[in-house]
Design a protein around this ligand. Structure first.
Ligand SMILES: Cc1cc2nc3c(=O)[nH]c(=O)nc-3n(C[C@H](O)[C@H](O)[C@H](O)COP(=O)(O)OP(=O)(O)OC[C@H]3O[C@@H](n4cnc5c(N)ncnc54)[C@H](O)[C@@H]3O)c2cc1C
Ligand SMILES: *[C@@H]1O[C@H](CO)[C@@H](O)[C@H](O)[C@H]1NC(C)=O
Ligand SMILES: *[C@@H]1O[C@H](CO)[C@@H](O)[C@H](O)[C@H]1NC(C)=O
Ligand SMILES: *[C@@H]1O[C@H](CO)[C@@H](O)[C@H](O)[C@H]1NC(C)=O
Ligand SMILES: *[C@@H]1O[C@H](CO)[C@@H](O)[C@H](O)[C@H]1NC(C)=O
Length: 463
């Protein structure tokens, strides 16, 4: 490198780093790039979008910062061009409680019953493609009776001290203790995305397959009448108005204090300075996501303890599989209660559009899109062989969506040492509030309900 280029790069670096200049100072920004709000919401998925719309309805000014180009998070919909049928390959349905009904009404989205996918379930060992007998499916009553012993889990992480020991058993030990082995496979399949479920703590399984899930599958689930679960997001975006949400944007630096926050946000139209009285963080609270917010020692300590699983959903064509089926992955052996090992697909299922299939896939360890697709292709080939298909051309991946990181959990010792109490104690520190799946559960309606319980506290707090 010549002296000249070295010098130029040096000057460029100097200009970018701007030593002595304060990136949180108004003077560094044109006035159109300074956004002043009551609340800055980080993450425009399920909880962030709901929070923003609800706060706006309470008369608060809001701005959402979302890293993807669209709002919606785990909600993904593909509209089949031939039939116009929407296929949700993410969030499937909502639990019908008042907070959800109010939200849908505010967005003018009509609610209807959940539209079941009428497929016939069969089981196969995905490592061989061979058919296996259906695992037992006793229903959730026995499981639900156990979960009902812990009513505080429904709406909170307010655990008694000491935490009941049954909740800290592995799910395998819990099933053996209460002779509930027969429900294991149903919980595995329902708890998609929670890899190695038998080795997970029972408390985390109860949070995923909870009372709302059980009530939803027995008829209290709803979805938009249109069948398009994504319908709420463009409507929410328009209701938020101009500068209501920055898409394809992330916070790159933050200064937080008890009197408010300043956020430097990288957007497609350059850097903005957001000045807000309150910050509501809804993104997965993993350290890499929280680092730009200059975490406090307690945030750093708590957010470094999570583990999570990798979760993917794909839409496939040219599977060559016989129409009308859900092919669920199972093993013939009872040693794991018929549950196969992961990484693998949970099931490969024809959608409501003939010839268009889902694959739902999880991995306990980090993996890549290429590895997942290769594995799914191999499984489809084995199933073709076993199901008498003569199709040999490669399966086609029409959509591929990563839902990683999914299901943030911490271990037994962390829970015994008050992890969730300490998590709750973060609320309101440095004008920062938290909601989202990690703070309550993977149920949209329950998260929304939890978020609304924060609002009075958010606005009661005084400097
Ligand atoms: C496949 C699947 C199916 C599901 N089905 C259902 C269902 O049928 N019913 C149900 O109630 N729940 C379902 N869930 C549970 C789901 O987790 C919750 O409903 C809900 O979506 C969680 O909301 P959230 O806001 O915590 O997360 P998300 O909806 O994922 O929102 C987080 C948002 O933050 C954004 N983000 C992440 N990092 C950053 C960053 N650094 N800066 C800015 N933005 C960032 C993400 O892009 C995303 O938009 C499902 C989950 C999955 C994965
Ligand atoms: C919302 O959460 C509260 C607890 O915070 C609970 O008492 C209430 O029943 C929940 N509402 C609904 C409709 O589930
Ligand atoms: C919902 O409908 C009402 C009445 O038709 C209308 O006033 C309102 O603007 C609509 N809201 C949205 C978000 O479309
Ligand atoms: C939701 O629950 C309310 C109150 O119980 C009921 O009136 C309504 O029909 C339900 N909606 C759907 C779509 O199930
Ligand atoms: C494949 O099987 C289908 C029906 O099972 C049959 O109609 C078709 O001719 C077969 N194609 C080939 C190339 O064998």
């Amino acid at each position: 490198m010549s002296v000249f280029t070295t010098l130029c790069f040096g000057l460029l670096a100097l200009a970018a780093a701007a030593p002595g200049e304060d990136q949180f100072d108004d003077k560094q920004y044109a006035s159109k790039n300074i956004i002043t709000r009551d609340v800055a919401v980080i993450g425009g998925g399920s909880s962030g979008t709901h929070a923003a719309i609800s706060l706006q309805a309470l008369g608060k000014s809001v701005v959402v910062v979302e890293k993807e180009a669209v709002l919606g998070g785990h909600t993904s919909t593909y509209v089949d061009p031939g039939t116009g049928v929407p296929i949700n390959y993410g969030v499937q349905a909502y639990f019908n409680i008042s907070v959800a009904a109010e939200y849908f009404a505010r967005l003018n989205v009509s609610m209807g019953p959940f539209q079941f996918n009428p497929v016939t379930q069969v089981h196969a060992n995905f490592k061989t493609g061979q058919s296996v007998p259906a695992p037992p499916s006793p229903g959730f009553a026995g499981y639900a009776a156990q979960a009902a012993k812990y009513p505080y889990l429904k709406y909170s992480w307010n655990l008694p001290n000491p935490v009941p020991s049954d909740l800290l058993l592995t799910f395998r030990d819990f099933l053996n203790k209460y002779n509930l082995q027969d429900v294991a496979y149903s919980v595995f399949l329902a708890g998609g995305g929670f890899a190695n479920i038998l080795d997970q703590l029972t408390i985390h399984v109860f949070k995923l397959i909870d009372f709302s899930y059980i009530r939803s599958i027995s008829g209290e689930a709803f979805q938009p009448v249109s069948g398009d679960n994504g319908e709420i997001y463009p409507k929410a975006l328009s209701l938020l108005g101009p500068n209501g949400a920055f898409l394809s944007s992330t916070v790159v630096a933050a200064r937080r204090s008890p009197s408010g926050v300043r956020l430097v946000v990288q957007t497609p139209s350059g850097k903005k300075l957001i000045k807000a009285s309150k910050l509501l963080i809804t993104i997965p609270p993993l350290l890499p996501n929280i680092n730009p917010f200059d975490p406090t020692p307690s945030e750093r300590s708590l957010f470094s303890q999570w583990s999570y699983t990798n979760y993917f959903i794909m839409l496939l064509t040219n599977t060559g599989l016989p129409s009308g089926f859900q092919i669920a992955n199972a093993v013939a052996s009872d040693t794991t209660f018929r549950i196969p090992s992961l990484p693998a697909p949970y099931h490969i299922t024809e959608t409501r559009v003939k010839g268009l299939w889902y694959a739902w896939y999880a991995s306990p360890t980090d993996t890549t899109e290429a590895a997942v697709k290769a594995d799914v292709s191999a499984v489809v080939n084995r199933l073709r062989g076993a199901m008498g298909s003569n199709v040999t051309t490669p399966v086609n991946f029409l959509r591929f969506k990563s839902h990683t990181p999914f299901k943030l959990v911490v271990g037994k010792q962390a829970i015994q040492q008050g992890f969730y109490r300490k998590l709750g104690e973060l609320q309101g520190q440095q004008s920062t509030w938290y909601t989202g799946a990690a703070f309550i559960s993977h149920d949209a309606s329950l998260i929304w309900n939890f978020t609304t319980t924060l609002f009075p506290k958010m606005f009661a707090s005084r400097v």
